[in-house]
Design a protein around this ligand. Structure first.
Ligand code: PLP
Length: 384
């Protein structure tokens, strides 16, 4: 199998699994326990907190563990809205992940109003409009995806965050795809909160964290035992948190070799562009994650391509994994001003540090064969 869907999830690093095992087995104490058996678990979590903080350039006590990226995002947004209860405007880019998109949608039914800031045809945020929206309305929470999960396009986080600071809006960054793939130093940015998820950087699924600036008040999403210094209630997933810590340290070390990843991705893109006609890179003319490519194959049904590649044992994605199964064309590609046809004919390939150079050629051959097959018959709604 050639696994090129690392933006959906990644293989857990063997070192992570090894580190987790004792915490699922012999050291099962509750970290809130007052005895040494429990304190040992608490200490292991604190070490993991230091490792995660080191990966994003924060203080350890600014890291709150959650059940993953979705919880981190929802809790950051909800906490942000409580800072100014009278302000009801939410701001986000038009290319947010469904975790933000749906959270904002749900908040509209509670009296909030959302302003979606557009992106250009490369998926770049329109900073001018971002600033105008902040100037014209009392925005309570602004949200920006650091790196897009479908295209890998990187947002101007520093500029967007600075504008929010100037206008008193709480700024949350969805950095789920960025953490572990590109260097992040949150301490240097006016960011109130930032979300991350372990399974995107070779850690376990079902564990993540939200960075919360030490000077901003973070109110929990749900109430209970007051764990995580009152910022996230519920008995902690100790094994998962230990695994996330090890994954964070490994990711920090691997950041230096991200050029190798970019070279592999570029090699894949160049070979596809050279050998298949009618291919364009979505967001190809701007800064992107080193591991991601989103390709438009004109006259090809993306779902069909996925099925043929699956038969050839190549795993890739029509965009966000969360929207697989729905026949809706990618919201992200459409937000970039492209047609539904182009969105339906676009496929994402995402590499990881475990990807091998030989897989590039095998994947290119499989894509070539599948595209040739699909171009013989065009399904309804797909035009050349
Ligand atoms: N945000 C982005 C940009 C993502 O890519 C994802 C996962 O695909 C999430 C949030 C949700 O993270 P999790 O799967 O940990 O809930």
């Amino acid at each position: 199998m050639i696994y090129l869907d690392n933006n959906a999830t990644t293989r857990m690093a063997p070192e992570v699994r090894e580190a987790m095992l004792p915490w699922m087995d012999e050291f099962y104490g509750n970290p809130s326990g007052g005895y040494r058996f429990g304190k040992k678990a608490k200490q292991a979590m604190d070490e993991a907190r230091e490792k995660v903080a080191a990966l994003i350039g924060s203080q350890p006590d600014e890291v709150v563990f959650t059940s993953g990226g979705t919880e981190a995002i929802n809790s950051a947004i909800q906490s942000g809205t409580r800072q100014h209860p009278n302000h009801k405007i939410l701001l986000a880019s038009s290319v947010e992940h469904s975790a933000v998109f749906e959270a904002f949608g749900a908040m509209e039914s509670q009296g909030f109003e959302t302003r979606w800031c557009p992106v250009d045809e490369q998926g770049r945020l329109d900073l001018e409009q971002w600033n105008q929206i902040l100037e014209g309305a009392q925005v309570v929470v602004a949200n920006l995806i650091w790196a897009n999960n479908e295209t890998g396009v990187i947002s101007p986080v520093a500029e967007a965050a600075a504008a929010c600071a100037e206008h008193g809006a709480c700024f949350h960054c969805d950095a789920v795809q960025a953490v572990g793939k590109i260097p992040i130093s949150v301490g240097e940015l006016p960011v109130h909160a930032l979300s991350m998820s372990a399974h995107k950087f070779h850690g376990p699924k079902g564990v993540g964290a939200v960075y919360t600036h030490r000077l901003s008040r973070f109110t929990p999403m749900f109430y209970g035992g007051g764990q995580e210094e009152g910022r996230r209630s519920g008995t902690e997933n100790v094994a998962g948190i230990v695994g996330m810590g090890v994954a964070a340290s490994l990711a920090s070390e691997a950041l230096d070799s991200r050029k190798r990843l970019a070279d592999m991705r570029d090699d894949f893109e160049n070979k596809i562009l050279d050998s298949i006609e009618g291919v364009e890179i979505n967001g190809g003319n701007t800064e992107r994650l080193p591991n991601t490519t989103n390709l438009y194959f004109s006259g090809v049904d993306g779902e069909g391509l996925l099925i043929l590649l699956d038969e050839a044992e190549v795993c890739c994605s029509p965009g966000s994994a969360c929207s697989t199964g729905s026949i809706e064309p990618s919201r992200i590609i459409k937000s970039m001003g492209h047609s539904s046809t182009r969105a339906r004919s676009s496929v994402r390939f995402s590499f990881s540090r475990y990807s091998e150079a030989r897989e590039v050629d095998e994947a290119v051959s499989a894509v070539k064969a599948a595209v040739a097959k699909l171009r013989v018959v065009l399904p309804r709604g797909v035009t050349r």
